[in-house]
Design a protein around this ligand. Structure first.
Ligand SMILES: Nc1nc2c(c(=O)[nH]1)N[C@H]1C(S)=C(S)[C@@H](COP(=O)(O)O)O[C@H]1N2
Ligand SMILES: [Mo]
Length: 253
């Protein structure tokens, strides 16, 4: 542990020193050596993104926890960003109470699966009362109930080559998490918000909840999770829809 910590400190010091002394590109080189390059590193903010992601990964234990709140702190108003898809097949599934909806899990897994909502609700549930912040400046505290994503990862058996979990939604949104964040104990698949079934505008029937990153990482209207070894050939290769909208793939807070 102490070896790990001092090694981590050394690398971080190196990163920060390099960033100051010879520019961000040198920091990116160090991060690359340790496998800490985010998928969107090629953009104009690339070296900066790398520094943020690598420094967070090295400074914080991968299991450092987001703050949890008490019931009395739950927000009265919960804004919506990205309302329910108006298109088929989402509206058809919604009209049918999501009986025909399945969460597909495929890619680099030992046992690909297609779980129904009932099957997911029978898995061991957990709750968290956490803060969700939108990149546009508003935020709220709410209670989310569902299953830790780690539970599902263990069910399907992630292969050793897998490095990212990619989330696909019924709208055009897609995003990904690296495996440390996918396995993080506060990363949930949730079907219940403040004690009620997840309302359609908040992501019914199932959404991701990523407590340690900005709201846009918490993908709503989930359809599929795919495990891949690289983000290079997924979408435009930058890890999520966010870089094309001016936001970084890694949105740690
Ligand atoms: N599928 C999908 N997921 C999404 C979005 C979206 O438009 N589509 N918006 C994101 C953004 S920008 C934020 S801030 C949160 C908002 O969650 P809320 O609408 O439940 O408050 O959902 C995120 N997940
Ligand atoms: Mo957002």
């Amino acid at each position: 542990m102490s070896i790990n910590l001092s090694r981590r400190k050394l690398i971080t010091t190196g990163l920060v020193a390099a960033a100051g002394a010879s520019g961000l590109a040198a920091a990116a080189k160090i991060a690359n050596h340790y496998g800490l390059i985010p998928p969107d590193c090629g953009g104009i903010w690339g070296p900066g993104e790398t520094l943020t992601y690598a420094t967070q990964r090295l400074l914080m234990s991968t299991h450092s926890m987001a703050r949890e709140f008490s019931r009395s702190e739950i927000s009265k108003v919960i804004p919506v960003s990205g309302p329910q898809p108006k298109t088929d097949p989402y509206q058809r599934l919604l009209a049918g109470g999501f009986k025909d909806w399945r969460l597909t899990i495929d890619g680099l897994v030992a046992r690909p699966a297609a779980f129904s909502l009932d099957e997911i609700k029978r898995m061991p549930a957990r709750s968290q009362i956490t803060h969700q912040a939108c990149e546009e400046g508003w935020s709220f505290i709410a209670q989310w109930t569902g299953i830790p994503l780690a539970y599902v990862l263990n069910l399907v058996g992630i292969s050793r080559q897998a490095k990212f979990a990619v989330f696909y939604a019924f709208d055009e949104t897609w995003d990904s998490l690296d495996l440390p964040d996918a396995y993080h104990p506060q990363t949930f698949l949730t079907y219940n918000l403040n004690g009620e079934d997840l309302p359609p505008d908040h992501g019914a029937p199932l959404r991701v909840r990523v407590a340690r990153q900005l709201g846009y990482k918490s993908v709503k209207y989930l359809e599929k999770i795919r495990f891949v070894d690289s983000m290079k050939h997924v979408g435009d290769g930058r890890g999520s829809i966010s870089p094309s909208q001016g936001y970084s793939w890694y949105a740690g807070i």
